[in-house]
Design a protein around this ligand. Structure first.
Ligand SMILES: Cc1cc2nc3c(=O)[nH]c(=O)nc-3n(C[C@H](O)[C@H](O)[C@H](O)COP(=O)(O)OP(=O)(O)OC[C@H]3O[C@@H](n4cnc5c(N)ncnc54)[C@H](O)[C@@H]3O)c2cc1C
Length: 397
């Protein structure tokens, strides 16, 4: 009998988890299609941008997939033929599937605000954060007319963790280069009336206090209207800066609209109680319209859930219904300080920071055996600098 072929598209949190779990069952042939040959660990990107190592945000597929039971195809999926059950890649290759799991993640959304796509720095890929890191160093050590305003747009978790880490990193660079009298400061701009509009008010207030103590200026209720090569227009006022960082908007992967999936009012893919968008097609992670979509823990939970149901199906058992699991929210905001929402508990400070470290180790453990996961975890400590002066000085810290 022919072994059913499960094709998973997207080598991120959800896709990798589903692939690893399904590969343990020889009743399925598993293919993972990904447009990159590595797994991008988004939660550490802010740290890679501010002196951390690249290795911290990138896990190679070779380290993750030690099992021979998964075929890996590097390529970008562009379309879907439902009649022939084929996924077509940009290269022209087609892959036939019996079951398809789509875990494509989100893309940056500038909400049509002029100039941002051209001039703003991004924080969603290793290439983007490397570019930002180089820019910060070049600006801060430029003896002529460097920026004094470093503007982060978006008062959500990514903007907050970046603001907290950037304030420390910028001081380190200036100290390392003996720059004492620069008045470089960070502005964190949010359109909503407060930071973290989707989390408890007290959390937003405490984090704002923590960031202000580090010299970050917070502007809420401010609308970004456009960016030029030299300035950012906020609520009708121009602010001179060449250092604008956009963390504010994400949109569902365009693959779904292009391939006629049914979308929810919030622009995510409508799925049923089994995370199926259609017969034999599952959508998981950030793209699925589930209660806690948008978090890594949810994507892992979804990947695990779909794999388990497919394995149940192979044993002739009925599938279980999806139960959304509330993730733990952990937001670092400065050196060894993080805010944590764990159910109804809120924790601040160093304990929060250690919980974040533990969460990283747990996430690596979901994808790698303990020894490799521990090695990956250790990359979080230590720094990586192109500048020999900073490299020497940071190593002494
Ligand atoms: C900067 C940042 C920081 C974050 N920090 C946290 C955090 O601290 N905690 C937390 O819980 N969540 C965090 N998140 C959210 C978390 O990263 C996502 O919820 C998670 O990545 C979703 O997993 P996924 O599998 O749906 O998508 P992803 O992990 O994004 O994986 C999608 C994969 O599909 C690939 N792909 C896309 N299109 C195609 C295509 N057409 N063909 C082939 N491959 C394709 C992509 O390259 C990617 O590898 C953060 C997100 C960002 C952007």
């Amino acid at each position: 009998m022919k072994i059913p072929h499960v094709v998973i598209v997207g080598g991120g949190f959800g896709g990798i988890k589903a692939a690893l779990d399904l590969a343990k069952d020889s009743r399925y042939a598993v293919t993972l299609v990904s447009d990159k040959d590595y797994f991008q660990y988004f939660p550490s990107l802010y740290h890679t941008a501010t002196g951390g190592r690249i290795a911290q945000s990138r896990l190679s597929f070779a380290d993750i997939f030690s099992t021979p039971n998964i075929d890996i195809v590097i390529g970008k999926a562009v379309s879907l033929d439902r009649d022939t059950r084929e996924v077509k890649l940009e290269s022209g290759q087609t892959i036939h599937f019996d079951k398809l799991i789509l875990s494509l993640g989100v893309v940056t959304n500038y909400f049509g605000i002029k100039g941002l796509d051209e001039f703003a720095y991004g924080t969603k890929s290793i290439e983007e954060v490397e570019k930002l890191k180089k820019h910060l160093h070049a600006q801060l050590t430029d003896g002529r007319e460097p920026d004094n305003n470093y503007i982060i747009i978006g008062g959500g978790p990514t903007g907050i963790e970046l603001a907290g880490a950037m304030s420390v990193y910028m001081k380190q660079i200036m100290t390392s280069h003996g720059i004492r009298h620069r008045r470089a400061h960070i502005d964190l701009v949010e359109a909503a009336p407060r930071l973290l509009p989707r989390l408890p008010k007290s959390m937003g207030r405490t984090i704002a206090h923590q960031l202000r103590n580090q010299g970050v200026k917070i502007y809420v209720g401010q609308t970004v209207e456009g960016e030029t090569a030299d300035s950012l227009m906020i609520s009708g006022k121009p602010l001179t800066s060449h250092s604008v960082i956009w963390t504010a908007g994400m949109a569902t992967n365009p693959f779904f609209k292009a391939n006629d999936f049914i979308m929810s009012d919030h622009g995510k893919v409508v799925v049923n109680d089994y995370l199926q968008a259609e017969d034999n097609i599952y959508v998981i992670g950030d793209d699925a319209a589930t209660a806690y979509s948008g978090m890594a823990q949810t994507a892992i939970h979804d990947g695990e859930f779909v794999a388990r149901n497919l394995i149940r199906g192979a044993s002739g058992k009925k599938p279980r219904k999806y139960i959304a699991k509330q993730p733990i929210t952990i937001i670092p905001a400065g050196p060894k300080w993080a805010a944590v929402q764990w159910g109804s508990h809120i924790i601040y400070g160093r304990l929060g920071w250690w919980l974040r470290e533990a969460a990283d180790l747990k996430a690596f453990k979901s994808f790698e055996p303990l020894q490799k996961a521990s090695r990956q975890f250790i990359t979080e400590f230590g720094s990586q600098e192109d500048c020999p002066q900073c490299s020497d000085n940071f190593a002494k810290d």
